[in-house]
Design a protein around this ligand. Structure first.
Ligand SMILES: Nc1ncnc2c1ncn2[C@@H]1O[C@H](COP(=O)(O)OP(=O)(O)OP(=O)(O)O)[C@@H](O)[C@H]1O
Ligand SMILES: [Mg+2]
Length: 515
């Protein structure tokens, strides 16, 4: 009986859905690795975050709204008598979680959202009836990576995608965003400022708003050692219309780090969870890609899930065939990841089938990337043309949002079902490295044929039974390699290392050796 007939393949809300599986026996380890335990990674990975223990006063634990109530009514209840000194709770996990959430909501996300006003702005005729006091809206719960939807975010629709996401946050937070002085390279900030300036009940003090309106982001500085022809020289000519005073430090006091450090050029991509922009780092005069989460990450769990990608990239280190990582930070409840800028991803120009030479090169280089990550005990789990980028002819694996440990000690999140092997559909996770091999085989197969892989139906099933159509114009040796990568049995699929040693790459090896 084939693996597929053992269990009907499930469709997960379309090809883009992801499922999360946490092995019951390893949940505690997963939590520890996610930084929930006292020895978790979070404190080590985020340079500016210190997860030390605050010993907050009872007031410090009060919800923001309650503190506002007390201040505004001027009748803060007398503080409760100090409780007798209690020994620290024995449940280390619980206490650590408390401490984390305390830090995460203040120190960690040092953004305008968390500025505490000197007094709330109450409507006139306030009658001291507490129930009538306007409070900030409660955050809506969101799940970082479970609700997948793909918005129309073609690179042409750049501003729409960006403003749309910002509108959401403005609408929800009722906060005046950073308003830089408007210079002609900042039309986007100008647009952001408009709806907010008309809002009532902002929780940002007037003085802070005035200060921000006088701040202009630092200019972009040309780097003479990096004459990048992709950068339009006009970017460097933008003059500051207003003086910002000590502009280099403005990122630290709640002002936008993104806008302070980067000049946004254009949107270059969009996934189910993120929008990616081509940016110029002002101080360096160099181009980067900055990936910004679409959804606001309101709660700790969302933020930890989003950080998985960052932690994987940091854990992996550098490799030519893995997209380069620089830094990351949270801002307005979104995660920003600064990465190496690539020219495009492979799903662009998909209408033109990949030629044999290019397919071979692609297979070889991505296998080198996979061999590197598998060697470090990590599986990508979302290998597909969308997540393979090209830069100067070099193929790079990106989007580590689904990556996990091969030993299954972390939660497993499935990637795009079009490239998913049969064992994943049957909840068999014993050979996670071979999941990547199947997905790469399927991606190359799709790119060679030039037609999208099915999301369901008989063709979807037969591909997972090892029945792949002939690829005219491609050597049989190559076709059988692709077929072996898509073998229904993960054990029979070659490893990345074995693929790299395949005789078909001999010519490539020789060419490389001659260089
Ligand atoms: N470093 C980069 N350089 C150039 N383009 C990039 C880069 N990173 C991402 N992109 C583009 O942005 C798109 C979306 O990025 P990414 O896949 O990381 O987002 P995602 O929301 O995690 O996607 P998914 O829907 O696959 O989960 C990519 O398909 C690619 O076109
Ligand atoms: Mg992606």
């Amino acid at each position: 009986m084939s693996m597929l007939s053992a269990k009907t393949p499930r469709l997960r809300g379309g090809s883009k859905s992801r499922r999360r599986f946490t092995p019951p026996a390893t949940k505690a380890q997963a939590a520890a690795a996610a930084g929930i335990s006292p020895s978790g990674e979070l404190s080590q990975k985020l340079e500016h975050v210190t997860l030390f223990s605050y010993l907050p006063s009872p007031a410090a634990h009060k919800p923001f709204g309650e503190l506002l109530d007390e201040e505004s009514s001027g009748s803060a209840p007398a503080p409760a008598p100090a409780p007798p000194q209690q020994p620290a709770p024995m449940d280390a996990d619980v206490s650590m979680e408390d401490r984390d959430s305390c830090i995460l909501s203040q120190d960690f996300f040092c953004t305008p959202d968390y500025l505490t006003p000197p007094a709330p702005q109450l409507p006139s005729g306030f009658d001291a009836d507490k129930e009538n006091i306007p409070c900030p809206k409660s955050p809506e719960k969101s799940v970082a990576r479970s609700k997948r939807y793909k918005r129309d975010c073609s690179p042409k629709d750049q501003s729409a995608g960006f403003l749309d996401s910002d509108d959401q946050e403005i609408g929800y937070q009722e906060i005046t965003p950073v308003q830089f002085g408007l210079s002609h390279d900042d039309s986007e900030e100008e647009l952001m400022a408009q709806p907010c300036s008309q809002r009532r009940g902002s929780y940002v003090p007037q003085s802070a708003r005035v200060l921000r309106s006088q701040v202009t982001p630092p200019p972009c500085i040309k780097n003479p050692y990096n004459p990048d022809p992709r950068i339009d020289d006009n970017v460097f000519c933008v003059r500051q219309r207003k003086s910002s005073g000590a502009s280099p430090s403005i990122g630290a006091d709640g002002l936008s780090r993104y806008r302070t450090d980067f000049h946004q050029l254009e949107q270059i991509g969009c996934g189910n969870f993120s929008v990616v922009f081509k940016v110029l780092r002002r101080i360096e005069g160099c181009l980067y890609a900055v990936k910004q989460s679409i959804k606001q990450l309101h709660n700790d769990m969302d933020r930890r899930l989003a950080l998985k990608e960052v932690h994987t990239l940091v854990g992996l280190g550098n490799h030519e065939n893995i997209v380069g990582y620089f830094t990351s930070w949270f801002e307005t409840d979104k995660l920003y990841i600064q990465m190496e800028l690539c020219d495009r991803c492979l799903s662009m120009n998909r209408d033109k089938p990949l030629e044999f030479g290019d397919a071979l090169e692609l297979l070889y280089q991505v296998c080198k990337g996979l061999d590197f990550i598998h060697g470090r005990g990590i599986a990508h789990l979302d290998v597909k043309p969308d997540n393979i980028y090209v830069k100067n002819g070099v193929y790079k694996l990106g989007d580590f949002g689904c990556a996990t440990l091969i030993d299954r000690s972390l939660a497993i999140e499935e990637g795009d079902s079009r490239y998913m092997p049969p064992e994943m559909l049957n909840d068999k996770y014993e050979h996670l490295d071979k999941v990547d091999i199947f997905s790469l085989g399927a991606a190359v197969y799709e790119l060679i044929r030039g037609t999208p892989l099915p999301e369901s139906g008989p063709q979807f099933a037969s591909l997972r039974e090892g029945k792949i159509s002939l690829l005219p114009g491609h050597p049989m040796q190559f076709q059988s390699l692709i077929k072996s990568m898509m073998d229904p049995d993960p054990v029979r699929r070659p490893s990345a290392k074995e693929i790299l040693r395949h005789p078909i790459f001999e010519k490539l090896h020789n060419a490389l050796a001659k260089k």
